[in-house]
Write a protein that binds this ligand. Structure first.
Ligand code: C2E
Ligand code: MG
Ligand code: MG
Ligand code: MG
Length: 291
């Protein structure tokens, strides 16, 4: 009967829910252990100048080095970290590590900019901007080498402290980037009330960028919008030489994506950068862009 089917469905649903809750609880427990034992690693993905293909900086991307599951990406744990408040500790680990790394590169005479992602939850902490500034001071890291990436969704949230944190960070020279631009709650009018320095065009725009058509025109308009607002524009998620060339031709300032490199361990990044100095890729790109 229908009633019986309903009961079966309810039972199925309940057992599915229990599984979801259990796996969340397991992840929460694993994250707590990882915070205590230092099982997080920061990977770095290079960003390249769209004018001369030199490396301008990196984006810091966190990974959880899980004792049984191996390397776990942020897509599998950031949400749970946000729900449980563990994002404060994880965020602090990433800020410490990335800023320390930036200062080290600076001391070695390479001014590699480092861009760090933060969650909305971190902005709820009234001490957030002071925390970033004290980490910069502690490592004697020039503030203008550091960018804080926030998503468009954070920018539109009614947390009073968001604009206060942005003001405080920009006052010392830290740059603010709007990440995944074009995918969030796109109330363009609200952009006028916000101060930011860099606009990162979401990678969903990249797939059609290298052929004539609507996708390319939308990308062109977004890049132009960023430039008109006085921002540096970064196109992320480029995987092919055609996409890289198109992004450069549409006037963006920097390009990031698997075409250049996946996010790497710090030691692999150093090797990659050295190899790249004599890499024919740059010449090949020049000729593609020149047509
Ligand atoms: P995001 O900030 O937009 O970072 C870019 C993501 O796109 C990264 O995924 C990167 O590996 C991936 N990506 C870069 N180039 C390409 C490409 O050419 N093709 C494709 N298919 N993907 C590409 P990842 O590392 O898994 O990070 C996912 C998201 O997790 C990030 O998106 C960011 O929102 C969040 N996240 C990463 N690290 C942190 C962190 O330390 N704190 C916080 N709060 N969030 C973080
Ligand atoms: Mg980002
Ligand atoms: Mg992004
Ligand atoms: Mg994202």
């Amino acid at each position: 009967s229908i009633a019986l089917q309903e009961t079966e469905r309810t039972v199925l649903f309940q057992s599915w829910m229990i599984e979801v809750i259990k796996s969340r609880e397991t992840m929460e427990r694993d994250l707590r252990t990882a915070i205590a034992d230092g099982h997080f690693e920061v990977y770095y993905q290079p960003k390249v100048s769209a004018r001369d293909w030199t490396v301008t900086g990196v984006e810091a991307l966190v990974r959880f080095n899980h004792p049984e599951r191996g390397l776990v990406g942020p897509g599998d744990f950031i949400e749970i970290a946000e729900m449980t408040g563990l994002i404060y500790d994880i965020g602090l680990i990433v800020l410490e590590e990335a800023i320390c790394q930036c200062a080290e590169w600076h001391r070695a005479g390479q001014s590699t900019e480092v861009s760090i992602n933060v969650s909305i939850e971190q902005f709820r902490n009234t001490e957030f901007s002071n925390l970033v500034i004290s980490i910069l001071n502690e490592h004697e890291c020039p503030a203008d080498l550091v960018t804080i990436e926030i998503t468009e969704t954070i920018a539109h949230t009614n947390i009073v402290s968001v604009s206060d944190h942005i003001k405080a960070l920009r006052a010392v020279g830290v740059r603010i980037a709007i990440d995944d631009f074009g995918t969030g709650y796109s109330n363009l009018a609200q952009l006028t009330g916000l101060k930011f320095d860099i606009l990162k065009v979401d990678r969903s725009f990249v797939s059609g960028i290298d052929s004539e058509g609507k996708a390319r025109e939308v990308s062109r308009a977004i890049i132009q919008l960023g430039k008109n607002l006085g921002c540096r524009v970064v196109v992320e998620g480029t995987e092919t030489p055609g996409q890289v060339a198109a992004a450069a031709q549409l006037g963006c300032d920097e390009i990031q994506g698997f075409f250049f490199s996946k996010p790497m361990k710090r030691s692999d990044f150093d090797t990659w950068k050295q190899l790249r100095a004599s890499n024919p890729v740059r010449k090949a790109l020049d000729s593609i862009v020149a047509g």
